[in-house]
Design a protein around this ligand. Sequence first.
Ligand SMILES: [Zn+2]
Ligand SMILES: [Zn+2]
Length: 244
Amino acid sequence: MSDWYKPLGSFAIGVLDLLYPPHCAICEKSLEAHEFICAECLTQIERVNPPFCRCGCAIHESMDICSDCASRLWYFDQARSYGYYDEENVLGKLIKAFKYGGERALVGPLTDFLVEISAEFRSQLEAVTFIPMTRRKERERGFNQAELLAREFAKRLKVPAVAALEKVRETPPQASLSGPERLTNLEEAFQLASQPQCVNIVLIDDVATTGATIETASRALSEGGYEKIFVLTLARVKTASDRA
Ligand SMILES: [Zn+2]
Ligand SMILES: [Zn+2]
């Protein structure tokens, strides 16, 4: 946890500590300088544990792929998530604080999670990209949380961050739709924004709900010429495929 504050200079940290004495983003307990979540809250994050299916779910030891992957193909090669998302759990609260609560300093610790789960593909990564928002949506929010994560991740791993995709039309929130509607909702929502300069890329998003967003974006990357697409998300929503 000690390097979470690295993106800021030491002067900035000193000033910030005076203004905002560090406290846990979840339980508000006061902390040693430069930490964002206490050790106790950190251990409460429900991790997605190996063995993993290629889609990122926690598969049963006796299986190679989950029942979902047995009946379909994905445009991405491998997906991984750090933990499970729930509105009320620790990871869910951290993501919401980052996304809607203005806690942009959380980009450091949240990127630590992504770096940790990227270990098995790290040697193959050539570039990092993110799920884009439409320009209008991004203006409204002021930032794209997936882009902040991707840029920080790229800095840590010393690989280029690229805006590979653009979102060309607004779509209703995925959470408001049923399963089949979620794929058609996103049809042709993403387009390649720049020509590939490499063949392997990692796509970053905050939460994978049904996988429809990462799949549609991966399809645009694949059709645009990327050959190997890895997907990293902070969290995934638990599905029937996840081992209990
Ligand atoms: Zn805490
Ligand atoms: Zn699977």
